[in-house]
Design a protein around this ligand. Sequence first.
Ligand SMILES: Cc1ncc(COP(=O)(O)O)c(C=O)c1O
Length: 371
Amino acid sequence: MVPTYATVNLTALAHNLSCITGYLSPSCKVLAVVKANAYGHGAVTIAHTLAKQGVERFAVASLDEGIELRQAGLTAPILILGALFEEQIVDLMAHRLTPVVSDGRILPALAKAVRAHPAPYQIHLKVDTGMGRLGLSMDELPAILDAQILRSPLQIEGVMTHLADADGEDSAFTERQLGAFHAMLEQVRLRGLTLPLVHVANSAAIVRFPEAHFSLVRPGIMLYGYHTLPASVRAPALKPVLSLRTTIAQLRTIPQGGTVSYNKTFVAKRPTRIAVLPIGYADGYSRQLSNRGFVLIQGTRAPIIGLVCMDMIMVDVTDLPSVQIGETVTLIGQQGTESIGADEVAGLIGTIPYEVLCGIGSRVPRFYEST
Ligand SMILES: Cc1ncc(COP(=O)(O)O)c(C=O)c1O
């Protein structure tokens, strides 16, 4: 018996994928972002499921994430979005992973390593158009595009940029980034280079900026059922994929004036029946939810009382007299007609659903269901 677990609904994942493709022209394909263990959902199963649903390309952040997918039998192209270090090149190539080159200084080492490789080795170039993170600057680009090193055996398969503010209220910054990206594409065109893959759009840009779709889009959060679009934008009808559940481990009543958890931050104003739940911040349930969060028991919200511990939380079930040890508790997901989304949890602690989802700890098993 596993008291604390996440369920991952693959039918909801398929629904979200079809919402995404609904925004795209037939020539534009999905590069599914499955980094950070597919935003906490389990990268191996998510990637295999999406591959069966027609997704042909995947992106992860790190070399290790790419190797994990290869070792799990994923044969599709896998792009490593994060920084590449010289020491990683041998493993990168051994697992046929596609690097994103964000800094020209890696190119000589890549080209040297590729010499032993039988076929042309494909890379993507990333340009920084305003994210201020990884990427070649527009000034560096001409020299890189002219470099003989990028003709053979290295081959530029794709070029990309990342949008900093696609979910911002104002679209002006994104439009400036897209303008800079077009200027970069012009540099490519002037050199007679043809790049099969051009990709820019994250989830928010898929919805808001059709002009950012190009040949591939890179959705992450929307696949998992959430978005961070401003209220002024008509949002897609996504379905959250992950539910987080636990089981009541103990029930007890403390007297008026009794305290709960470390540092006595909760003092009972009445005799209080508390349920002890075996989940804590080590499972990714943030300590900032102390005296602030809610769970669902019998389809009703029960408040978290006291500080969230490493492995346990306590909730007030005084108003739910029939609850029993062993009952299922929902921390994220639906129970009866009530639901708590990762976005609601995020809102309570001043973060975004991304952080809530990918923070779910490795000791929480993920169970997959199709409904
Ligand atoms: C380079 C890159 N592309 C795409 C994505 C996916 O973004 P989102 O989850 O907002 O769709 C990310 C995620 O942070 C990213 O870093």
